[in-house]
Design a protein around this ligand. Sequence first.
Ligand code: SF4
Length: 293
Amino acid sequence: METSTQSSTPAAVRPRSLSPSRASDFMQCPLLYRFRVIDKLPEKPSEAATRGTLVHAVLERLFDAPAGERTAPRAKSLVPGQWERLREARPELGELFADDAEGERTARWLGEAERLVERWFTLEDPTRLEPAERELFVEAELDSGLRLRGIIDRVDVAPTGEVRIVDYKTGKAPRPEYAEGALFQMKFYALVVWRLKGVVPRRLQLVYLGSGDVLTYDPVVADLERVERKLLALWEAIELATETGDWRPRPTKLCGWCDHQAVCPEFGGTPPPYPLAVPEQGRPVGAGESGQV
Ligand code: SF4
């Protein structure tokens, strides 16, 4: 699981690699990609995203225990300690519950995390799983030079050598017509694993803890070649926007979750000056010409 939450604004750099989250950002709204990747504008931590991070941490740590001890009560008992660890590692998360002096909202939020953890046991049986990898950072370079990277929640390898890539989602499963979008991230990871190890994963598995659903897909080489072509086209578009500074906003209902409305022309804002050099003739559209953006 990845997050773009940041507490400070590091110096702008040209994008050099692509992760599923940032690829999705660009597809959703190029200007959002710019704000996150190039301007590195800070974003407020959200309760939902932080709960997702916490649940992922618990599910990862549970596999430290011997198989027979991976029970729901044990997993739930890990929640407070993992929340403590998370807060220590990312002090900015403290602001989430800064106004909750009585601790009621925090307790409710932790209870929701426990319910998500508990639901996992209705979908998978960790006493029968021995992951080959957990929270695996992967990175591969395509022939074109494009670097793909990301973090895979879990990799299972069968005795026959077949690979299964698993990702946990704390939200609800998408409606069938949106399943393709949900699988994009998994196909991205499958492509990276294929490039790294020369093996096409046998199965991609999305585990939706919010709704109690499991979505699976068995990819073939043609799927991965298709996603590679898509990513190359996407990267070309990102490089062009980086060069020209022309990052268009693409308003959708997802704008409601965007932290950057105040600097978005679609909401009457003005983006900060574009921090990268652009050619004279390619005046950056996103650097103050709100009418054109
Ligand atoms: S508010 Fe909407 S259009 Fe504007 S940057 Fe965010 S996602 Fe893009």
